[in-house]
Write a protein that binds this ligand. Structure first.
Ligand SMILES: *Cc1c(COP(=O)(O)O)cnc(C)c1O
Length: 383
């Protein structure tokens, strides 16, 4: 499909190309000095003691669950309004995801009250997801976790560059997991990062990332080690130097990218309020500083969403849905039957449409999208 305005667009220039070429010419492709530099720069940017680069955020979530000691018999509270990886990670380690509802049609992050209702004597952890880059109510959630002795893992895949009370999202819980997938605020194609302030967790995450081995090929190449022990049944969840090189350049541009996204969101608010007042826009007021990963809107109740999305497509504007609730998927609904159990998630996810958002969008393009939304609302109005 030849979109006039795609949902997202990658912002690369000669710097990413030069960084990749440098790695190719160095002839060292697997995790080494470039990855170490990327980890140090990322740790500094979010204010974490440790950053551990991995192959993707799904692997990061998997390792976070392992490092927090989650396993069979344990219950982990997760949002259903998230990407499926948030819940899959819990199942990889044999634990049971328990789905909590979101707060409201203004705040699509986990409801503290709903989390409280999900607590049982088996609850061991909560995985929060900062939807769209907007912070969950971390003060309340951490307070509850402390009271009940629970680990908090942050799925910060949407939150590259977000903060709350001046502190980066991803460094509030025990472990934070970021994604550098192609559609995220900074990208390495595929890639992810774990952060933690806990030395023991960091050690465990680092070891599990690479087969449970006590030394890396890189360290042996450098002459720092001759052999190794295997101290755990680990995985190969490593990133590589090419991706880390792209990541370093993207990280340096992240604040600029996010400032441009914030400007685009301001234009959306201005034009949509004028041209499409029937549309509900979540997060108009919100906690903290968002990196504006996506721009979700809610159609009026009873609208024909496929008709809306078709009308946008007819004007060559790409839209998406974030998300079909995880508990309604085929691989989940039989194991976790809870239809009607998450009323806010179910109501919101039926009405949600995501409009294009990326740093390169211009004011004229946002006006064009808003005018298209005005027409598409007409074509999809409740009958
Ligand atoms: C993208 C995403 C992931 C998975 O990230 P990958 O790097 O693609 O594995 C996990 N959770 C959420 C909320 C995401 O948006």
């Amino acid at each position: 499909m030849d979109w006039r305005i795609p949902l997202g667009a990658i912002d690369f220039d000669g710097q990413e190309e030069a960084a990749v070429l440098d790695v190719l010419r160095s002839r060292w492709l697997t995790m080494g000095g470039v990855t170490q530099a990327f980890e140090q720069e990322f740790a500094a940017s979010v204010g974490a003691r440790h950053a551990i680069a991995v192959s993707n955020a799904t692997a990061a979530l998997h390792l976070a669950c392992l490092a927090c000691g989650l396993g069979p018999g344990d219950e982990v509270i997760v949002p259903s309004l998230s990407f499926v990886a948030t819940a899959n990670a819990v199942r990889y380690v044999g634990a049971t995801p328990v789905f909590a509802d979101i707060t409201s049609e203004d705040d699509l992050t986990l409801s503290v009250e709903s989390i409280r209702r999900c607590l049982t004597p088996r609850t061991r952890a909560i995985i929060v997801m900062h939807y769209g880059g907007y912070a969950c109510d971390m003060n309340s959630i951490l307070g509850m976790a402390k009271e009940h002795g629970l680990s908090v893992i942050e799925d910060a895949a949407h939150a590259d560059g977000s903060s709350l009370d001046g502190r980066s999202l991803g460094v509030w819980g025990a472990v934070g997991c970021y994604s550098f997938f192609s559609n995220k605020n900074m990208t390495t194609g595929e890639g992810g990062m774990l952060v933690t302030n806990d030395d023991t967790l960091a050690e465990s995450l680092r070891t599990l990332r690479s087969h449970g081995m006590t030394s890396l090929t890189w360290e042996r190449h450098k002459g720092h080690a001759w052999s190794y022990d295997v101290t755990a049944v680990g995985y190969n969840f490593r990133i590589d130097e090419i991706r880390s090189a792209i990541g370093r350049v993207q990280l340096a541009k992240l604040d600029q990218f996010n400032a441009r996204r914030a400007q685009v969101v301001d234009w959306y608010h201005e034009y949509l309020q004028e041209l499409a007042p029937a549309l509900h826009i979540p997060f108009q007021s919100h906690r903290g500083q968002s990196c504006h990963h996506i721009f979700p809107v809610l159609l009026p109740a009873g609208s024909d969403r496929p008709a809306f999305m078709e009308a946008m497509k007819a004007q060559k504007i790409q839209t998406s849905i974030h998300y079909p609730p995880i508990h309604t998927f085929g691989a989940y609904k039989d194991l976790f039957p809870m239809d009607g159990g998450l009323p806010v998630t179910e109501a919101v996810s039926r009405r949600e449409v995501t409009l294009p958002l990326y740093p390169g969008l211009t004011q004229d393009e946002i006006l064009f999208v808003a005018q298209a939304v005005q027409r598409a609302l007409h074509d999809s109005a409740p009958t």
